[in-house]
Design a protein around this ligand. Structure first.
Ligand SMILES: Nc1nc2c(ncn2[C@@H]2O[C@H](COP(=O)(O)OP(=O)(O)O)[C@@H](O)[C@H]2O)c(=O)[nH]1
Ligand SMILES: [Mg+2]
Length: 219
């Protein structure tokens, strides 16, 4: 497992760089998923579960972006998938240039599906197009169902909302219907999957979507 240090990209247009990267990924039939959420929402746990469940059907690669540490990339590399840990030099997001550097280190032509676990927070990652084919965000039950009201941009930019830790629903006042309604007001196309990475509840629907999307990028 490699650790790389990134610098913010100096570029005329991140959006254009992201488009170019997306096209290259399309050309190599690799679906890049940008996974965004706050710290502790359950990104790495969901990836562990997903790799265990579908890792024998699609070739998966991992880019872990963090300000420091390599614990997440190690956790996932232990499952036998290629993983790169990217350190963002204090920055709270990944841009397209940083993503390209990390993907080049990983080797992005081999995998069918690459997850970029973006830096944990609900604000900055949503502001930068990484070049990913799909944006997926996680909101965990303990965070509360009002988050679409407070952090609208990420809900607007995402294709999928995973509501995780549904096994804790009895302890927290979280209303899935209310959360979905608030999120869909911002983004009517948003797909919502309530899941628990712990019990496996709802995971099948997420993995079915994932395999379907990966197959589309193989065409
Ligand atoms: N009860 C419960 N705990 C979870 C679930 N998913 C993750 N966790 C816990 O939440 C904490 C943070 O998880 P992690 O995957 O490291 O979050 P990340 O910072 O978003 O990558 C850990 O203690 C996990 O065990 C879940 O579905 N249910
Ligand atoms: Mg993590």
């Amino acid at each position: 497992m490699k650790i790389i240090k990134l610098k913010e990209t100096i570029t005329a247009s991140n959006d254009r760089d992201a488009e170019v990267l997306r096209e290259e990924l399309r050309g190599s039939h690799t679906l890049l998923i940008n996974l965004m959420a706050s710290p502790g929402a359950g990104k790495t746990t969901l990836l562990e579960r997903t790799i265990r469940d579908v890792g024998d059907r699609v070739r998966i690669g991992i880019v872990e972006a963090d300000i420091d540490s390599d614990v997440d990339a190690r956790r996932l590399a232990e499952l036998g998938v290629p993983a790169v840990q990217a350190h963002t030099n204090g920055m709270c997001h990944m841009d397209a240039g940083m993503t390209r550097t990390a993907l080049t280190e990983l080797g992005f032509r081999e995998p069918d599906l690459i997850f970029l676990e973006n830096v944990g927070n609900l604000i900055c990652p949503a502001e930068f197009d990484t070049g990913a084919g799909r944006n997926v965000m996680i909101l965990s039950v303990p965070e509360g169902d009002d988050k679409p009201l407070k952090y609208p941009l990420m809900f607007t930019k995402s294709d999928v909302l995973l509501i995780t830790k549904t096994d804790t629903m009895g302890v927290f006042d979280f209303d899935i219907g209310r959360c979905t309604e608030r999120a869909r007001k911002l983004n009517p196309e948003l797909l919502v999957f309530p899941v628990s990475a712990k019990t496996g509840e709802g995971i099948e629907a997420w993995e079915e979507w994932l395999l379907g999307e990966t197959a589309k990028w193989q065409e």
